[in-house]
Design a protein around this ligand. Sequence first.
Ligand code: ADP
Ligand code: MG
Length: 385
Amino acid sequence: MKVHEYQAKALLAHFGVAVPRGEVTDSPSEAREIAKRLGGRAVVKAQIHAGGRGKGGGVKLAKDPEEAHDLARRMLGMTLVTPQTGPAGRVVHKVLVEEALDIARELYLGMTLDRGRGLPVMMASLSGGMEIEEVAAKDPAAIVREAIDPASGMFPFQARKLAFALELQGESFKKGVAFMQGLFRCYVETDASLAEINPLLVTKQGDVLALDAKMNFDDNALFRHPDIREMRDLAEEDPLEVEASRFGLNYIKLDGNVGCMVNGAGLAMGTMDLVKLAGGEPANFLDVGGGANEEQVKNAFRIILSDKNVRAVLINIFGGIMRCDIIAKGVVAAVREMGLSIPVVVRLEGTNVDEGKAILRESGLKITPADGLEDAAKKAVEAVR
Ligand code: ADP
Ligand code: MG
């Protein structure tokens, strides 16, 4: 799960990480009041779940409270397009009004899980403000990495090593070390999967603060963090994905037109690959899971059909724990409710396959049966054409 910058900063502050003073609002007049409280000069920052806001006009300096009001009025409700939102952009519902700081240096500090080492790593780079993926591709040596064992915590020498790499000195060095230790604790104790501070700011006065903050959390650990789960912003998510999550389905909307109904994440990935290989584009990733019931299958199929881009559906089920007859019943129930005006290609194998095929055959639905994976993908792509 993703959260907004203002929410990530509140979590970081809770762990003693230095962040700029600021408040979030959805009202221009309140933005004026916040700027007054901050001493007049302020930065108005659009809160959307995507970076690159500065380049898209979503981060603006206000020299006085009146300008903060005007900037907030312009930003709220606007569709912000950044290099990370895609061409459709995101509507801005909230702005963070923050003290404007005097920038001496902009650095990069991030944390994520290194799956290769099986440990969280903290990464530091002098190239703050830039996309770290770009730095990693062009000049990997410019990123210093430190793997940290959660059992022992972050040792001071590890933080010092990164602080040296960031060329911090004197008081800034000490502040940087404290910052990193707070960041590490925040990352581990909130079950985060990503914490990215880009830029990490060194002010002209020598303070070290998180000027930007991006945090993602492990969905499977959210039950331990009701406060973080509360931060979920459904307006930032695709409506069909929100709908799917209500039924416990793993559904991710994509840009293509072949709707895919599959059980098991691996088979779903493989199915998407085969659709691509056959020259088509999948409309979604969908794993109905091993233990789905008829109701879940019905909802899954309904969600696929309600995506207006979908021009054909490919049902690819390998019934292990999942039973083919349950899939068939769910599909028939969904079609009864919504009707069906597009071709459906079905490949069923495994537990209760004959029962499943019989249910589909007797339903009177226009279904194209397929033999094997490749055949199914080819037929679905042909059906779209
Ligand atoms: P994004 O990464 O989405 O573009 P950032 O929060 O990183 O947004 O802001 C972009 C740039 O705006 C920063 O690199 C920094 O130069 C400037 N900036 C952001 N917040 C402040 C602030 N509080 N004071 C001064 N400058 C800021
Ligand atoms: Mg940034």
